[in-house]
Each structure stands twice: as structure tokens, then as C-alpha cells.
Design a protein around this ligand. Structure first.
Ligand code: G3P
Ligand code: CA
Length: 261
């Protein structure tokens, strides 16, 4: 069961290679042995689920465009690593510049033994995405009873509505509710108790996370996996405060802080 010292590779090992590319997932999965690959999913005009963080392609593809207005064929023309080489010349690699946008299926074909932490990004602009996502997971054997019981496939979202839709489709799906700064602090215990009926973990921002909030979430029955834990001082502070795992761009550093191996 993945419930202690959990290392979730945020957009892959995205502190070392361009986010959401095979280059960054290869590093996190094969080299750094993160527990999970974290994926942000969007949907193309022709209904294919692809993996990227933003709704727009501009930041990582360096050309304008909106994913939901583009076909998969158009998305597949893009390369998405040049920005990283320009921003981080000390980490530059020629093959990063050639990385292309993976579909969810591409990822499932490549990492057959991986665990996945999948975020439904902007679900309001992609009606029906949850259902297509579940069908895709099912087609790759990723929602077997064993995988669900062991929390090897998890869905996460800032949108409670999206998590409710997933729960209606797959009642046993492990779910994590992401929360921006202040949201969990302000949410009444009564609401959190109701949500805990189908959500096993919360993903608070590190911006206002402390021991008191972590203890409160534990008392309500949640595991606590904050985002995004990149500095070693923050890792040390929040591990001492009681987190159960975290999203990180540097899976090797978080493993070290958790004293894994
Ligand atoms: O999914 C955890 C964390 O990634 C949430 O923030 O913006 O990086 O997707 P974001
Ligand atoms: Ca995410």
C-alpha cells in the first residue's frame, strides 16, 4: 500500500528534464524510482487525452495554440523541450529539444509497470473527459481490483465535481483532492468528513501547510501529499511536520529526505 513516504514525480522528474515528456518520466521511473508518475491530462478537439500542464501549448511548445481547439495530429507536430534547454542551460541535452507531447496511451504503452497519479486539469472545459479517462485506464488494465486496492492508479483534481464524476464511474477509485492555499483551512470539518467518504487523501499547497493543518487532516482520516516540494529545507520541515508523501520535481532529493534506500 502506497501510504508512507510516498514520492510522486511531479510532471516526471521535471527538475531535471522538460516536464511531461518521456525524458522526464524515464528519469523519475527508471533512474530515480519514484513511486508514481504524476500526469496532468487535457483533451484534444478530436477527443484524445494528452498530457500537458497548461490549457495552452505556448509555454512549452513556444508557439500559440489551445489544446481543445487542436487535433491530435496538430499536437503531435509540436516539440516541447526547447524552452527547458534555454531556461536551464546547465541541464541542457540535445534530445530534450526533440521531445513530443505524449498521449495518455503512449505513456501506458511505455511504462507498463508504473503507478500513476493523474490530474483531471480544467475538467469543466472538457465535458466527458472523466469517462474517456476511465475507459482508457480500463483498456490498459489500470483499474484492476488489485491496482485500486494498492492505490497504484489514483485520480486527483482541484475540482470536487470531477472527483465525484470519477467516483460515480468507479466507486473504488482512490482519489485525492487538491487544494490551493487557504482552502482546507477554511473548509468545515463536516464538509471534509463527507468528502472523506470517497476521497482518501488531500493535496494541499505547501504555501500554508503546517503541523496543525496536517494533524487536523490526519484526524479526519486523510493522508496528506502536498505540492510541490522542491527545496530540501521545505522537504525536511514538512516531513518533520508529518506528511505522508509529496509531489516533487526532484524525486531523488525527496527519496533522500525520506531516507529511502
Ligand atoms: O497535482 C499536484 C500539483 O501538480 C498541482 O499543481 O499546477 O502543478 O498541476 P499543478
Ligand atoms: Ca498536477
Amino acid at each position: 500500500m502506497l501510504d508512507k513516504n510516498v514520492v510522486i514525480a511531479h510532471r516526471g522528474a521535471s527538475g531535471y528534464a522538460p516536464e511531461h515528456t518521456f525524458a522526464s518520466y524515464d528519469k523519475s521511473h527508471y533512474d530515480m524510482h519514484a513511486d508514481y508518475i504524476e500526469l496532468d491530462v487535457h483533451m484534444t478537439l478530436d477527443g484524445e487525452i494528452i498530457v500537458m500542464h497548461d490549457e495552452s501549448i505556448e509555454r512549452t511548445a513556444l508557439t500559440p495554440g489551445i489544446i481543445k481547439e487542436m487535433t491530435l495530429q496538430e499536437i503531435k507536430q509540436l516539440t516541447i523541450g526547447k524552452w527547458f534547454n534555454e531556461k536551464f542551460p546547465e541541464l541542457k541535452a540535445d534530445y530534450y529539444a526533440e521531445q513530443i507531447v505524449p498521449t495518455l496511451k503512449d505513456i501506458f504503452e511505455r511504462y507498463k509497470d508504473a503507478n500513476y497519479y493523474i490530474e483531471t486539469k480544467s475538467p469543466d472545459i472538457y465535458p466527458g473527459m472523466e469517462s474517456i479517462l476511465i475507459d482508457t485506464l480500463d483498456a490498459y488494465g489500470l483499474i484492476s481490483d488489485t491496482r485500486l486496492k494498492n492505490r497504484q492508479t489514483v485520480i486527483q483534481s482541484f475540482s470536487l465535481e470531477s472527483l465525484i464524476k470519477v467516483n460515480q464511474l468507479v466507486p473504488d477509485m482512490p482519489l485525492l483532492l487538491l487544494a490551493k492555499k487557504g482552502v482546507l483551512r477554511e473548509m468545515p470539518d463536516e464538509d471534509l468528513k463527507q468528502i472523506h467518504a470517497f476521497v482518501y487523501a488531500v493535496g494541499p499547497s505547501i504555501a500554508d501547510l503546517d503541523e496543525t493543518l496536517i494533524s487536523r487532516m490526519h484526524d479526519l482520516g486523510y493522508l496528506v501529499f502536498p505540492y510541490t516540494l522542491n527545496k530540501e529545507a521545505d522537504m525536511e520541515r514538512l516531513i518533520n511536520a508529518g506528511i505522508d508523501g509529496a509531489f516533487t520535481n526532484f524525486p531523488d532529493l525527496l527519496r533522500k529526505q525520506f531516507r529511502i534506500d
